[in-house]
Design a protein around this ligand. Structure first.
Ligand SMILES: Cc1cc2nc3c(=O)[nH]c(=O)nc-3n(C[C@H](O)[C@H](O)[C@H](O)COP(=O)(O)OP(=O)(O)OC[C@H]3O[C@@H](n4cnc5c(N)ncnc54)[C@H](O)[C@@H]3O)c2cc1C
Length: 422
């Protein structure tokens, strides 16, 4: 039987998982503007002496407590995962110690606690106690009571808020996880951030795909066609089909189209055909940031062996921390390579001769206002005979992380008649 045709636009985790979920029921073609499927568009070789060791930019870490659908997807695809160390060391921008913790594995137990006794300063100890209290008390918050508060308003009114821990540790960590400014974090609906913080992130340790994004992409792109270097300019629904036009002028017709780009890229594609709907995409805010992979060890505090893998430099006058991951410490495959670092939002000059890659990213920001626009986008898909669908991490009811991307593609697949395979 001839299958109906379906185009997926964008190959981040949302587009890749949508295409993979829909490939048996539809004849799927996936369009990606970059040369490689997006989830793996940025990678760099950090090996030395002729040995190739590829790392993803950015590294993407996951936790068992929060990433339920992603874990099941990886399991179904046969993607191996392994534990990785992302314990943090927090410094002021002038190098003062704030807080260091380490992930400990004792038998089958895993927990985070203060780092080496050599780094046990008074501040470190106070921040450690504050962290324990924060993660204990936040589990007791009744989400119904704070449903209408932003995270900033919640922190202002919550009796357990410890300003020094919030400003010196929590905010830098959240800004790095959400890749945005502190003000953006404060505008997040409190229940979204609290939902993330109470899922075991502080005590169960983190995981990553063992063989990186290249392995995921190889597995998830089976069974449908991928057209790279294919940037979509315009999408029009005629009622019985959908026309898509590439920037190159090439045209295609499909029975259904799934737009799996970030909102700021989806809006312009439908602006001519559906200006009112396009407006909702354009109202969803996004943050831009820079990630540099380099070998400039001057950016990482000394002595090396005492510092946890992720080092935050926090300047109270800045809206974001500088966060540097020492890849040799956090990734087993990079352990024996020359020192190599991935720095988000560099605020210190990195020796240009040591730079291996520099990439600019965009990331949606969730606020009560953007949730209203997201609601309108979701409503547009409930129309009779709808043929243009949207997925992406911004539509996945949570922080726009990989998990939300998969949740959003599952929702579209279910609406298009495909049952969740797990
Ligand atoms: C620095 C950084 C670190 C992160 N770390 C983590 C982490 O540790 N864990 C985690 O879970 N998440 C992490 N994330 C978030 C995660 O990467 C995103 O949630 C995820 O990539 C979103 O997937 P998506 O499919 O919604 O969108 P995207 O990944 O943005 O994919 C959209 C795709 O659409 C393509 N596209 C856009 N316009 C067009 C067009 N006109 N035509 C064709 N193609 C187009 C883009 O090229 C892109 O490939 C991180 C993000 C950043 C920026």
């Amino acid at each position: 039987m001839v299958k109906p045709t379906l185009a997926v636009i964008g190959s981040g985790i949302a587009g890749l998982s949508a295409a993979w979920l829909l490939k048996d029921k539809y004849q799927v073609t996936l369009f990606e503007r970059h040369a490689k499927p997006g989830m793996g568009a940025y990678a760099v070789d950090v090996g030395n002496q002729g040995k190739r060791v590829e790392i993803d930019i950015p590294l993407r870490i996951i936790t068992a407590g929060y990433y339920h659908e992603l874990f099941k997807l990886y399991q179904t695809l046969g993607v191996e995962i392994e534990r990785t160390d992302h314990a943090g060391a927090f410094f002021t921008h002038t190098g003062g110690d704030v807080f260091h913790y380490k992930n400990y594995n004792v038998g089958k137990y895993r927990f985070s606690f203060l780092n080496s006794p050599k780094r046990l300063s008074r501040t470190n100890f106070q921040q450690g106690m504050a962290a324990i209290k924060f993660f204990r008390d936040i589990k007791k918050v009744d989400i119904e009571d704070i449903k209408l508060l932003t995270f900033g308003e919640f922190l202002e009114s919550w009796p357990s808020t410890n300003r020094s821990f919030v400003d010196g540790v929590l905010m830098p960590m959240l800004a790095t996880i959400c890749t945005c400014n502190y003000d953006n974090i404060k505008q997040y609906p409190a229940h979204i951030i609290i939902g993330y913080l109470t899922c075991g992130v502080a005590n169960e340790g983190v995981w990553k795909a063992t063989h990186g994004v290249a392995d995921i992409v190889a597995k998830i792109t089976q069974g449908y066609e991928v057209k790279s270097h294919s940037q979509i300019a315009n999408i029009t629904s005629s009622g019985t089909a959908v026309d898509i036009v590439l920037v190159s002028g090439e045209k295609f017709i499909f029975d259904q189209v799934v737009v799996a780009t970030q909102p700021q890229h989806a809006g312009p594609m439908i602006a001519k055909d559906q200006p009112a709907l396009a407006h909702h995409f354009q109202q969803i805010d996004f943050a831009t940031s820079n990630m540099v992979v380099h070998r400039d060890s001057s950016i990482y505090p000394r002595p090396w062996h005492q510092i946890s893998p992720v080092c935050y430099s926090v300047n109270p006058n800045h809206q974001r921390p500088m966060a540097t991951v020492c890849l040799n410490k956090s990734m087993p495959t990079v352990k024996d390579c020359l020192p190599v670092f991935q720095t988000w939002h560099p605020t210190q000059t990195i020796n240009p001769d040591t730079v291996l890659a520099s990439v600019t990213f965009e990331r949606p920001i969730i606020s009560f206002e953007s949730l209203n626009h997201i609601q309108e986008i979701k409503k547009s898909m409930q129309k009779d005979n709808n043929r243009i669908w949207f997925c992406g991490s911004y539509l996945g009811d949570g922080i726009p992380l990989l998990e939300a991307g998969v949740r959003s593609s599952l929702a579209v697949a279910n609406d298009l008649g495909v049952k969740t395979p797990w």
